[in-house]
Design a binder for this molecule. Sequence first.
Ligand code: GDP
Ligand code: IMO
Ligand code: MG
Length: 421
Amino acid sequence: MVDVLLGLQWGDEGKGKIVDYFAKDYDLVARFQGGPNAGHTLYVGDTKVVLHQIPSGVFHPGKLNLIGNGVVLDPVTLKRECDTVASFGVDLRQNLFISERTHLILPTHRALDKASEGSKGLQKIGSTLKGIGPAYMDKTGRNGIRVGDILDKNFTTTYIKLRLKHQKLLDNYGFNEDISAWEEEFFEGLEFLRQLNIVNGEYFINEQISKGKKILAEGAQGSMLDIDFGTFPFVTSSNTISAGVCSGLGIAPQHIKDVFGVTKAYCTRVGGGPFPTELENETGEELRKTGNEFGATTGRPRRCGWIDLVALKFACMVNGVTKIVMTKADVLDAFKELEVCTSYKIGGKETDQIPFRLDKSPIEPVYRKFPGWNTPSVSAKTEADLPETMKTYVAFINDYLGVKVHYISNGPGRDQLISVG
Ligand code: GDP
Ligand code: IMO
Ligand code: MG
C-alpha cells in the first residue's frame, strides 16, 4: 500500500516536517521527482536539518528510504547531505537505496541552468540553479546519464561525450566560467555514490508492496510548480502531482491509497511567476517575518500572501487529495483579520477556475474576510485547545474544497501537529 504526501501550493508547505512525523507509521519513504532544488526542513531533537535529496524518513531507525527513478540526482549534494545525516549516527548503507534508473545532474547541467536563466532577463524563472531543467531535458531528449551507468566501465567515455555536447550549448550562450572545481567534486561524489545501495528501484519497491509494507511517497516542490499543471513556464521540470508517483517509482495506480495534500494556512512562492494573492505590503512583510519565510535551499525571501482557494481546489482536483494537512497556522496567531481568496476577477469576469495562463492578464483576487484568532496557538496539543475562530476558518476551507483538513501544524517542532475533524 502506498500513500502520497505532496505540496498543494508553490512549494515549501512544510512537507519535510510532516513526512518526518508520519514516517514512524511507514516502512519505506520514497522520493519520486525533483532533485536538490527541494529543501525539506525537519528537526532532529533541537537540531534543524534541511534535506534536499534524501527522503525525510531517514532519521527513523529501521525505516527504508528510496530515491526513485523520477528524481534527478546530484552526487555532489548527495555526498554532502549523506555526511550530515551520518553525523547523527544514521547508517545509510542500511537504509538508503537509489534506483539505477535515476538520472544524474552533471556540473554542465548546473552551468546550463545558470546560462539559460542569465539569457532570459526579466522573464527568468527564478530557478534554484541546481541544474534541474537541463537534467530533465537530457532525460526526455534521451541523452541523459543514469546512476546505473556509473558502474559501467565505459562511463568516462559516455560522460565526455555528453560534456562536449553541453560545451557547444554553453559556447552558444557565451558562458565561459571555469567549472573544473565543480567537476572535481562531481567525480568525488560519484566515487561516494558507487558505495551506496544502487538497486533496481521498481522491483525493490514492488517487492515491498507484495510483502504488505507501507510506503509513503514524498513529493517535492508543489502542485502549482508542476510541469503540466503549474503556472507554466514559471514551474519546475517534473510532474510534482500524484500522477508522478507511478512513473517516478514504477508502481501501479491501484496501489495508491491516501493522497495527503499539504498547504500553509496562507501562501508563499519563491522565484518568479504569477501569484494572484501576493501581498506586496506590510501584511506580506509581517507574514514573511513571522513565518520566517526565507528559502531553505537558496535563502531567498519568499513572496507571501493570503491562502488561495481557487488554486488549492485545482490542486486537490489534479492530485485526488483525500486528506489535507494545514501547516503554519501559528504564523497567523497575531493577525486581527484574515482573508481567503474565493475567486478571481479577470477582465471584469469572475471565475473560480485556474485560467490557461495566470501571467497574461491582471488577476484581481476576490476575498472573503475572517476574524483572526489573535491568540497564541503554539502550545495547543489537541483540537479542543484550538481557538474557535481557527476552527471557523478551517471549516470554511473544508467546505470550499470538499476535502477536509485532517491535521493542523502549529509550530516547526516534530510534536506540533494536531489531528482534527
Ligand atoms: P518543505 O519544502 O515543504 O519541506 O518546506 P520547507 O522546509 O522549505 O519550509 C517550511 C518551513 O516552515 C521550515 O522552516 C519549517 O521548519 C517550518 N514549519 C513547518 N511547519 C511549521 C508550522 O506549523 N509552524 C511554523 N511556525 N513553522 C513551520
Ligand atoms: P520544496 O521541495 C519552492 C521553484 C524555484 C523556481 C522554480 C523552478 O522545498 O518545496 P528549478 O530549480 O526547479 O528550476 O526552479 O521552482 N522551486 C521551488 N520553490 N520550493 C521548492 O522545493 C522548489 N523547487 C523549485 O524557486 O521558481
Ligand atoms: Mg522547501
